[in-house]
Design a protein. Structure first.
Length: 92
């Protein structure tokens, strides 16, 4: 089983009437099959958001509802694992 990385949202998302998301967990093991599911022509934020949905196994609509602040925080969290595959990202 893959290691999970958990990010606590600074701005929880009321995703449905019965589900408020306060944290997201992501697989840390990026696979070729994951990369094949993204369209590199999307580029930038769209590509990153798609990869976040894949690695968290959450609907794309949930990822799209994240605040910009949380989106950047997730980029920072996942950068060591997926940064070289993304055209944008946090580089230290």
């Amino acid at each position: 089983m893959s290691e999970l990385l958990t990010y606590s949202l600074n701005h929880p998302v009321a995703f449905t009437a019965t589900r408020t998301v306060t944290e997201l967990s992501f697989r840390a093991d990026l696979k070729v099959r994951d990369l094949k599911r993204i369209d590199p022509s999307d580029g930038g934020f769209a590509l990153s958001a798609r990869l976040f949905a894949i690695l968290s196994n959450e609907p794309q609509e949930l990822i799209d509802a994240l605040s910009g602040d949380d989106f950047l925080g997730i980029l920072e969290l996942l950068s060591p694992f997926v940064g070289k595959f993304l055209p944008i990202g946090v580089r230290w």
